[in-house]
Design a protein around this ligand. Structure first.
Ligand SMILES: [Cu+2]
Length: 661
């Protein structure tokens, strides 16, 4: 926000103050008129101004990623990742279907929980954001020049890809660990023989080369539930920390049976040691079926590769690659502070917040301060790695973020609050209520060496009375707090799409200038592209009819097609000829059993349509494109199967058709 805007806002605060009165009386705002006006000023982005940050909020069981501006909380875009998206045809059009292929077949949905921005030297670099699919274990890369999903890798031997896709400091790896341990390899075994057959695995996935995500190695670990992770830096550089719970290895009624042990574990993985061990040939290439889906930059067509093996490492074969740090109790977040010295665990059933020290951990390993081992993995003594505990932090510590000024902020799921504490002294210095049950927190850049700070965003599970009700299901919610002062200040509630489990935010400056404005027609390598209206036409190959069509303001070419027959598979390949920013065209046809196409300038998209009845079928542009958008339409004549009506289209080539009947 510019200085001028802020000045205008200050003078214009009267109206906002009046507005705030109702809220203050209802006991919902900050409690004072001046307070409400100040809150509004901090988050108001005036017409013509832009937000300071891009925030990426996971869409939970919507399978999508939401892009919001902060501080305004305005939704800018929904990026389809693991779910079909009728708005733009992702997963419906022929070009993108392969993105949703898995070893289980076409899976058009997932549960997207976590996000991780790519990093260079430990700081967000604005190239990509990675996200996980929980249910059918997958990770995805989203390119921040196009805000599109460009790559998806399935994770074998996983059941619930929860501890994912956290990133290392130069994006060497993103990780994936399994929430549900399963038989490895998965096979038909009695469930009550869990302890005998079920295993966890921790995967390191190479991520710094677009289109080349690959599982470098999978560490086979005890059959616990693995939850969240964070990469080390500074003294903990080269390490990745994963929380686990259900060290009891229960397979039924986990709410009771997985809450017995006083401590579960953080799995600390020395991934450089694991790499070296793999290089030394200590791993085993095990058969595994999974998919790697890649979106080609120039044809803009996805393809799905079938993968057949994965390199597995047994901890016992690679001493030094993994250690367990006892951690109370059913920990969720494993969060590393900006210096890399402290590893904070949010034990959701714990009464304290344990803070491990990386320096102490390294010394404890060197001094072999082990209390035992689990399946070949040394377990360090709790006191040997502990820097200290935050006492009486609140109830249900879950996840900790850092402001880069020496303070940590922990979400308290049960007592519904954000607790601010000093990382060095571990003294609680402030608390702010959330409305209501807060899951994760996000400080922009909080996972990096240099947090952007300024705000903390609470992602809440239950909103109850915060918004206009919408039937049995109420909106999901996030809340934004100012953290620039000693005390946290609630600034804004805003509704979100799906359940926002997790988020990242980045200084808009790091992303704005990278934007692709349109795709160059000259570079379009789609096999069915029409680079001009002269290249359009219709072609029959048996029962398949290819229509090459163009869209430009404000007509389709061709816009009259005859000779299509009932039962034909009609593939309409529409190329958008525009070469300007923000001029998509849409395409839809009466009765098509799929979504519309949304075609960006310079790209080609294909709609598959099998007409079932004779008749004349209107088609039209679905995306408002000009004053004559409403005139952007056409017709397809469908005749009975075996009809003698010739296949024709009114193209500039003179209503010609090619092909065989
Ligand atoms: Cu149009």
């Amino acid at each position: 926000m510019s200085f001028l805007t802020r000045s205008r806002l200050l003078f214009g605060a009267g109206a906002l103050t009046v507005l705030g009165l109702g809220y203050a009386c209802a006991g919902r705002g900050s409690g004072s008129l001046a307070g409400t006006a100040e809150m509004a000023q901090r988050v108001y982005v005036a017409p013509g101004e832009k937000d300071e940050l891009y925030a990426f909020l996971s869409g939970g069981f919507g399978g999508q990623l939401g892009v919001y501006g902060l501080p305004s909380g305005r939704l800018l875009r929904t990026i389809p990742v693991f779910s079909q998206h009728a708005e733009n045809g992702y997963g419906y059009n022929e070009e993108t279907k392969a993105m949703l292929e898995t070893s289980y077949g076409f899976v058009p949905w997932d549960d997207l929980h976590h996000t991780a921005l790519s990093q260079t030297q430990g700081d967000d670099d604005g190239r990509w954001i990675f996200v996980n699919g929980n249910n059918t274990p997958r990770v995805a890369r989203i390119d921040l020049t196009t805000f599109e999903t460009t790559e998806i890798l399935e994770i074998p031997n996983a059941g619930g890809n929860h501890a994912s896709p956290f990133v290392t400091g130069n994006t060497e790896y993103i990780v994936s660990s399994t929430r549900f341990s399963i038989p490895v390899p998965n096979r038909d075994v009695p469930i009550d023989e869990y302890k005998k057959f079920f295993k966890g695995q921790i995967s390191f996935i190479t991520a710094d080369q677009p289109g080349k995500m690959d599982i470098a190695f999978q560490l086979i670990v005890p059959g616990f539930n693995y939850d969240l992770a964070r990469a080390g830096k500074g003294p903990s550089d080269g390490w990745m920390f994963f929380t686990s719970y259900n060290s009891e290895q229960a397979n039924t009624l986990l709410e009771v049976n997985a809450s017995q042990n006083d401590k579960d574990y953080i799995a600390a993985v020395n991934y450089r040691a694991a790499e070296a061990c793999a290089k030394a040939g200590k791993g085993v290439r095990a058969p595994a079926e999974y998919r790697h889906n890649i979106f080609d930059e120039f044809s803009r067509i996805a393809r799905s590769e079938r993968m057949t093996s994965v390199l597995q490492i047994q901890a016992a074969a690679c001493p030094g690659s993994i250690y367990f740090l006892p951690t109370p109790k059913s920990p969720h977040g494993a969060d590393v502070d900006p210096t890399g010295e402290y590893i904070v665990a949010g034990g959701k059933l714990a009464t304290v917040i344990p803070v491990h020290s990386a320096t102490k951990m390294l010394k404890a390993i060197a001094d072999r301060q082990f209390e035992g081992e689990l399946e070949g993995i040394p377990v360090l003594k709790y006191e040997s790695t502990l820097a200290g505990e935050v006492q009486e932090p609140g109830l249900g510590p879950l996840h900790t973020e850092f402001d880069g000024k020496g303070f940590a902020y922990t979400s308290m799921f049960i007592s519904s609050e954000v607790v601010k504490w000093n990382v060095e002294t571990r003294q609680v210095v402030d608390r702010a209520p959330t409305f209501y049950s807060v899951g994760h927190l996000m400080i922009p850049g909080g996972a990096t060496r240099h947090p952007y700070g300024r705000y903390v965003l609470a992602m809440n599970k239950i909103t109850k009375d915060r918004y206009l009700p919408t039937g049995p299901e109420l909106t999901q919610s996030a809340q934004l707090y100012d953290i620039t002062g000693e005390k946290m200040k609630l600034l804004l509630d805003f509704p979100t799409q799906g359940e926002p489990h997790y988020a990242n935010a980045i200084d808009a400056k790091k992303v704005v200038d990278r934007q692709v404005k349109f795709y160059k027609l000259a570079e379009n390598r789609h096999p069915m592209v029409s680079r001009s209206e002269r290249e359009t036409g219709v072609e029959r190959a048996g029962r398949v009819v290819h229509v090459r069509m163009t869209a430009i303001r404000s007509h389709f070419a061709p816009d009259n097609i005859e000779g299509v027959q009932v039962g034909d598979t009609v593939l309409v390949h529409v190329t958008n000829l525009e070469q300007d920013w923000d001029v998509p065209h849409g395409f839809a046809i009466l009765g098509a059993n799929t979504s519309e196409l949304l075609i960006m300038p310079g790209e080609t998209r294909t709609l598959r349509w099998i007409p079932r009845k004779p008749g004349v079928y209107p088609m039209y542009c679905t995306d408002f494109c000009s004053a004559l958008h409403q005139e952007m339409q056409g017709y397809v004549r469908v005749s009975p199967a075996g009809s003698t009506v010739a296949l024709t289209a009114n193209t500039r080539r003179g209503a010609q058709a090619r092909g065989t009947n």
